[in-house]
Write a protein that binds this ligand. Structure first.
Ligand code: SAM
Length: 280
């Protein structure tokens, strides 16, 4: 359904990017929208107060975080249905990206309320462009699961992705995350981008092993990982098809995907797979 964003009379939900460290990384437009809306919903009002004070924004501020808050969502929806213009901000970067906001966006869209993006900094893309690793195509993953078993399963699913991968991670988990990554993805080339836009901004580039040598590291960090090598040899294509089917792929899609991965002839692979299944 078509939806124009800027109809003066109508309610709107703005998703406003805020800085990821350096307070100067905010757009003129973000400031003017934050000044003009009826209310700002923030992930953490204490954090956002610093930013709002810096830019003399005195718009009413209220908290919104996704997990506790069905009632808050109802309240926000009611305000939008009453014609209010609202903004969502998170502690850093783009709301919705590994941050609260998606449920509200979905709700607004379902209720035909305009949603508009006010772009700006985001840690993942900022790290990607400076990483020296192929910028496109990329897969933004965000945080891997904090539990070892689930994290391994997630990494298994990413093992054959040829795109550059973007991860967020907390400093106290970076060591175990990189060790798991090496055991599943192999000792790939990565870039750990730390404290972006802040005084101690730093990029650590090398293989996973080389980067692990530099730990422990403090601060906020993004890990950019090179995709599966182009000249990668798929040693067990038939098992790979089974693996993809067990992950939910339809058999034909699994064969197509495996042929692509291993640079194999799809029809030949199809015939071999039928034979392999019949002999099992
Ligand atoms: N919404 C944010 C965005 O658009 O990037 C991400 C929020 S997520 C809860 C926080 C994670 O983003 C951190 O744990 C870290 O991985 C990454 N991050 C945020 N700011 C960063 C910075 N200045 N330098 C490096 N990583 C950062």
């Amino acid at each position: 359904m078509k939806m124009r964003s800027f109809d003066q009379e109508k309610a709107i939900l703005y998703l406003v990017a805020t800085p990821i460290g350096n307070l100067e990384d905010i757009t003129f437009r973000a400031i003017s929208i934050l000044k003009s809306v009826d209310k700002i919903y923030a992930e953490d009002t204490r954090n956002s107060t610093i930013l709002l004070k810096t830019y003399q924004i005195s718009t009413p501020l209220e908290s919104y975080h996704e997990f506790s808050q069905e009632l808050k969502e109802e309240q926000i929806l009611k305000e939008l249905q009453a014609g209010k213009k609202l903004a969502i901000i998170s502690d850093a970067g783009l709301p919705v990206i590994s941050d609260p906001g998606y449920k509200l966006v979905k709700l607004a869209v379902e209720h035909n309320i305009a949603v508009s993006t006010i772009p700006g900094a985001s840690a993942g893309i900022s790290a990607l462009i400076a990483s020296g690793i192929a910028p496109t195509p990329y897969t933004f993953y965000g945080f891997l699961d904090s539990k070892h078993g689930k994290r391994i399963k997630e990494l298994e699913e990413l093992k054959y992705v040829s795109h550059t991968l973007i991860f967020y991670e907390a400093p106290h988990r970076i060591n175990e995350m990189l060790l798991d990554m090496k055991s599943i993805l192999g000792n790939r080339k990565i870039c750990l981008a730390r404290e972006l836009t802040k005084t101690f901004e730093e990029y650590i580039r090398g293989t996973i092993d080389e980067v692990i040598q530099c730990l422990p590291l403090k601060g906020e960090m993004v890990v950019i990982v090179e995709g599966l090598e182009e000249n990668f040899q798929l040693d067990h294509p038939l098992e790979k098809i089974d693996e993809l089917i067990s992950l939910g792929y339809k058999p034909n899609d699994a064969i197509k995907e495996t042929a692509k991965l291993g640079n194999l002839d799809r029809n030949e692979l199809y015939k071999s797979y039928i034979q392999y299944k019949n002999n099992k």
